[in-house]
Design a protein around this ligand. Structure first.
Ligand code: JHZ
Length: 395
């Protein structure tokens, strides 16, 4: 299926770069999606180069969400107690601003974060985290093993789906792990994406959207067994995958249950994805229809959360600054920029409150509870939220 021509998903340009509605050097690519008939991995077919996406100015800071900061604090405690022995070692791939590793460092555990984007890495260092500034592949894994020794926990949150060569990730992790070590990664789960029609989870950074079936198949080729799973509520429905060197640990019953459930639901069959394509078109027509209607009635519609995923939604639905007056975001690096492709100005939450829009399209719908609590006054004075997941609705 195709979600059309799309720009790089993170906001990078200011309004003065726009000339005749166009930003000259704004990179675009075709967002086409396919499922591999051999391993069932759901993936995008083309992607801007990782060096363009994850450069020094990469503007996503995990800690901007209080809920996510708490989530990673809990994850660090839980995984450390379960898998890291006395004197053990922890490596995180894509350590961002150190949201997870600062808790590992705080417990005095030997650790290393691997992160290519230098500004976010700097924030992690300031919190006491050791960071190697690079992408992760099997060569880096060999160097890290030489430096640290075999690792007991390799952790990766919302990053394994970002690395186009998943084979080099799997082989690298297999070489890095201690015999008793475990690889834990969490990502948006394909089952939730299909069920909720969260088409916006598909964008340049998400090369893959993992099912259990695909994760089992892909990592088995790298010498890693899928041994456990934990469904997570974060990011609109995620899955925590646990893998271990082949033959070292017995898989928990939940692995077989999910494999069975996904086969029964037809995750290895084209029909499921045909239905998803159709559901995406319905979302587009309904959301576009609703916003057109509100605009025709003179209502001011804002967006909330200049998320990477909103880039897919806004460009796929053709929602531009003519429909959405501005987008509120609490990330200093995004305020004053325009959203990619559709060039809607990004403003601070203070400006959002001062301008009193009538409606707000919740682009960060995965942080709904946190945002609705924070913006209680918006609802209290009659403002309405627009949601598109799991279906288009005004609340
Ligand atoms: P959020 C990013 O995706 C990119 P995005 C990446 N590819 C990925 O996989 C996920 O993260 C994990 C703002 N906000 O988390 C902050 C407020 O303004 O949905 C962020 O810009 N007020 C690595 O960008 C955005 O919304 C708030 O109260 O789709 C949230 O982005 C909160 C909570 C957030 O991820």
């Amino acid at each position: 299926m195709s979600l059309g021509k799309q720009p790089v998903s993170q906001a990078r340009y200011t309004a003065d770069a726009i000339h005749d509605g166009i930003i000259d050097d704004e990179p675009f690519y075709n967002l086409d999606v396919a499922v591999c008939p051999s391993c069932s991995l759901f993936q995008i077919m083309d992607q801007p180069s990782p060096e363009v996406m994850f450069d020094d100015d990469y503007p996503y800071y995990t800690s901007t969400s209080k809920g996510m900061a708490e989530h990673f604090g809990r994850a660090a405690d839980l995984l450390r107690h379960r898998f890291v022995p006395e004197g053990g070692r922890v490596v995180e791939i894509g350590s961002n601003d150190g949201c997870f590793l600062r808790h590992i460092a705080g417990a005095g555990v030997s650790h290393l974060g691997i992160e290519p984007a230098s500004r976010v890495a700097e924030v992690a260092r300031a919190a006491g985290v050791r960071v190697r500034e690079s992408f992760f592949d099997e060569h880096v894994a060999d160097e890290v093993r030489q430096e640290l020794g075999p690792v007991h926990l390799v952790y990766a949150a919302n990053v394994i789906a970002h690395i186009p060569d998943v084979g080099t990730v799997g082989r690298g992790v297999a070489r890095l792990l201690d015999d008793d070590g475990v690889f834990v990664f969490e990502v948006a789960y394909l089952g939730d994406v299909l069920r909720n029609v969260s088409l916006d989870q598909i964008y340049d950074e998400h090369v893959f959207t993992f099912s259990v079936l695909a994760a089992r198949n892909v990592f088995a080729r790298c010498g890693l067994d899928l041994i456990d799973l934990e469904p997570l509520p974060v990011h609109g429905g995620s899955m925590r995958f646990f893998l271990a060197p082949a033959g070292k640990r017995v898989a928990a019953p939940i692995v077989g249950e999910y494999l069975e459930r996904e086969r029964a639901a037809g995750f290895d069959d084209a029909d499921v994805y045909e239905r998803f394509r159709h559901a995406c078109e319905i979302t587009r027509n309904q959301l576009r229809g609703l916003v057109d209607d509100l605009a025709a009635r003179g209502a001011v519609v804002a967006g909330y959360g200049a998320t990477a995923k909103s880039t897919t939604l806004l460009n796929y639905c053709g929602l531009t600054a003519r429909h959405i007056a501005f987008i509120s975001d609490n990330t200093p690096a995004k305020i004053g920029k325009v959203s990619p492709g559709v060039h809607i100005p990004i403003v601070s939450p203070e400006e959002f409150r001062a301008r009193r829009p009538d409606y707000a399209l919740l682009l960060a719908w995965n942080h709904r509870a946190e945002i609705e609590a924070k913006e209680h006054d918006f609802g209290a004075r009659g403002g309405k939220w627009i949601l598109h997941v799991p279906e288009v609705q005004v609340t």
